[in-house]
Unconditional design. Structure first.
Length: 210
């Protein structure tokens, strides 16, 4: 039997508010070919723990910070000797700022994303993936519009550290796997989906994830 690649652990965030969700219509602004699904989760320090298979594994920010440190240590091992002392440590979150005053709100914005499309090995055509998005009862959410700012959500994610030698930077990518929308805020805009068909991710079991 051929060896199968071990899947990365899948974690679930505590509940928070959504910002800039692109879960149904790919964003091609920065990824011109494959597009991206993105979402920002806004949470406070008292939001609750990250869970793995339903079990708490730590406060979200502390948990991510520990993973960032591991990514930095891996970059130290990979970098050339003359670059080790100057490695930049990138974080997958930012301090939330008030839109009017520019002052910190006490909340933190965590960034999640994944490729929206892949290239079919046989045809060479781009195929859009269908991201798993469910409601509070774990039923598929209607895909007729994006979710609006301020929707109450949880995010299922994987983590991947990597190092880019050209910029001498260590990163921790928070890969977007699925989203549970606990309370929906309606989206007032609109974005055209350029693909007629989507292919669901068969490796995502919403009942198991959340």
């Amino acid at each position: 039997m051929a060896n199968q690649k071990k899947r990365a652990p899948r974690y679930v965030t505590p509940e928070g508010s959504s910002l800039f969700a692109r879960l149904f219509t790919p964003d091609f602004e920065y990824k011109k070919e494959l597009g991206a699904y993105n979402i920002i989760l806004k949470v406070g320090d008292d939001a609750g723990p990250v869970t793995l298979k339903g079990e708490p594994v730590g406060d979200l920010k502390d948990f991510i910070d520990a993973a960032v440190e591991k990514a930095y240590a891996a970059a130290q091992a990979e970098a050339k000797p003359n670059k080790k002392a100057k490695i930049i440590k990138a974080f997958p979150y930012e301090e939330d700022l008030d839109r009017d005053t520019g002052q910190p709100t006490g909340l933190t914005n965590f960034k999640f994303g994944t490729n929206a499309c892949y290239k079919d090995k046989h045809t060479g055509n781009l195929v859009q993936k269908q991201l798993t998005v469910i409601d509070a009862h774990k039923n598929d959410l209607e895909r007729n519009n994006e979710i609006g700012h301020g929707s109450e959500i949880k995010v299922c994610f994987e983590m991947q550290p990597y190092y880019i030698a050209a910029t001498n930077t260590s990163y921790l990518k928070l890969y977007l796997v699925a989203v549970q929308v606990l309370e929906l805020a309606q989206f007032s805009g609109g974005a055209k989906n350029e693909f007629d068909d989507c292919e669901p991710d068969e490796e995502v079991d919403a009942q198991e994830m959340f």
